[in-house]
Design a protein around this ligand. Structure first.
Ligand SMILES: C[S@@+](CC[C@H](N)C(=O)[O-])C[C@H]1O[C@@H](n2cnc3c(N)ncnc32)[C@H](O)[C@@H]1O
Length: 267
């Protein structure tokens, strides 16, 4: 089949499957495939509803290509606001943790924006940890596996200048309202935040002061309705809280919780 007809057939198949940006997706699938047989296999996966990022093996995030694969949360462009706020808080030499790191996209973006940070990341899911290692070890990052801060070596206590943490924050009863791509292809552990969506954030907030350096900050994101309860949780953890509302996104609020420079650390 001539090249143009080939592309047109791809676009038609993608459009029929409901892909809004069918032309762009067709081009990305074509770039990802090494031959026609592989292209047909990638197209079949996409038409069956897999996220494009899982199919092509990478996600665009903060100007980077971040490797992802089936079973790992696809980093959302809205989290670039969290990264921008976080990167403005630290400089060269800072110790940074990407907690609940998934692919490690947030940590990679911060380390790219702020060269010379000591980067750590952690996730409970072994698939995420393996993918994050692939993304972060080339830039000197160390990826730990385990439950929240429990994944970290004790030597990191009270040393973290910055924690970026896009924890799961979808209320359990709203999981069914998520797009099928997320419901069917991202693990529940990456999405489900419990009854009001803040189970993980509350646990993280309660432990954060023991791991932050004095003056260090934890930066997270929630939806606007969650701001009062999430802010209260960070404050109860000993952090001074402020919020940042991204200009181009009224569905996400960035929370910054800072450990006071003197006397705020807990054991
Ligand atoms: C919403 S995803 C965010 C991933 C990544 N930070 C991003 O924005 O692309 C949440 C991540 O939290 C991880 N997670 C869930 N519960 C956890 C826990 N108790 N401890 C550590 N990680 C956890 C999931 O495996 C998932 O990778």
């Amino acid at each position: 089949m001539p090249e143009d007809d080939h592309l047109a057939a791809l676009v038609t198949a993608l459009r029929a499957a409901g892909c809004v940006f069918a032309e762009d997706e067709a081009e990305l699938l074509r770039q990802a495939a090494s031959d026609d047989e592989e292209l047909a296999a990638l197209l079949a996966r996409r038409v069956a509803g897999e996220p494009l990022e899982h199919v092509v093996g990478w996600a665009a995030f903060d100007g980077l290509r971040v490797a992802v694969e089936p079973g790992v949360f696809v980093p959302r462009r809205r989290s670039e606001a969290l990264v921008a706020v976080a990167a403005g808080l630290v400089g060269r030499g800072a110790t940074v943790l990407d907690l609940c790191c998934g692919s490690g996209a947030l940590g990679l973006a911060v380390a790219t924006r702020v060269p010379g940070v000591a980067l750590h990341a952690a996730d409970v899911d072994p698939v995420a940890v393996r993918v994050a290692r692939g993304n972060l070890e080339p830039v000197g990052g160390r990826v730990h596996q385990g439950d929240l801060f429990g994944a970290l070596p004790a030597a990191l206590r009270r040393t973290l200048d910055l924690v970026v943490a896009n924890v799961p924050y979808v209320p359990h009863d709203e999981l069914g309202l998520m797009p099928r791509e997320a419901r069917d292809h991202e693990p529940a552990v990456a999405l489900d935040g419990g009854a009001d969506g803040l189970d993980l954030l509350r646990r993280m907030a309660a432990e954060a002061a023991a791991w932050l350096a004095p003056g260090g900050s934890l930066v997270s994101e929630v939806n606007p309705a969650q701001v009062p309860a999430a802010s209260a949780a960070l404050a109860a953890g000993g952090l001074v809280v402020r919020t940042v509302e991204p200009e181009d996104d009224d569905e996400t609020v960035v929370l910054v919780g800072t450990l006071p420079a003197a006397g705020g650390a807990r054991s």
